[in-house]
Design a protein. Sequence first.
Length: 339
Amino acid sequence: MKLALRLIIAGAGLALFAWFVHRTGIDTISRAFATLGWSAPLILVPYALVYLLDTIGWRLSFGRTLPKTISFGTLFRIRWAGESLNNVVPSAYLGGEAVKVYLLHKRGMPVADGASSVVIGKTAQVLAEVIFIASGAVAGSFILPVNSSARAGMFAVTGAATALIAMLFWLQHRGMFSTLLALTGRLRLRIRALASRADSLRQLDWRIFDFYRSDRRRFLFIVTLYLAGWIADSLEILLVSHLAGMPMDWNQALAFEAFIGVAKALGVFAPAALGVQESGVIFLFYLFGLPSGLAAPYAITRRARELTFVLIGGALLYTEEPALRGFAQRVAREVEAPA
């Protein structure tokens, strides 16, 4: 049923996108792509900058625990490999994080150190995204009519995202895994995977809390780097719109990119957010009054860019782990091993 639901979501999104392509007209879409011409590869540059900024942020999440033997280039490749998995496998962005911990552990890093860096980095990235969504809501409010219900909707989404990150910090302050262990204990649930690693999980909680307590300035800098990455992502649609001869302004690009991230998050359980992302692009173009002739070409271009990065990341993962058979089981064993 889960697989069927995912396929239904993807199919419905793709059907809606196909309808819009038909409505827009193949000739209009072809002209937009023809205008891009040989400049199309430039579209890969903004997202490459995102990967660079995010890796710098992740590098700082290790504090003083990163061995000198693990270079920045190695971290960049590991992150790329992990993100390629996150962008394909419907695992709520958890599968790629486990792969990052696994690949670090293969290089001799204790699981607790790798896992804490991933949790801290992901928390900083989510906090930066909430700030980015709030900025997008402000930018969108300048675009939409005063009486538009979508303005209230954008700020409601911002409020929900803020509540989510506040809950995440509250859980980390209390200890995410300690809270989970206490909850399963009260409910008298015996989960062997948790019980056998209780001490390691509590140690991981302590590492995360100690980082926030002793390295607050570093954490704020990490958030700033991730926020710069989200902003750099907005450069893509600005670049595409200018190359296609239908330029947008900064407010339009910022509002669009902030809320296409929300749309993609809603499709987290569909493979690669297939259909959901494309439908989200169409909806946001309509909502913000962006050029309709650019909507379908941009949705296709964005998917092509993601596919390019996923294929490169898959190749990097293959160089790290040529034997893909049983890969998920090996990752689970290594990541769950005591620190």
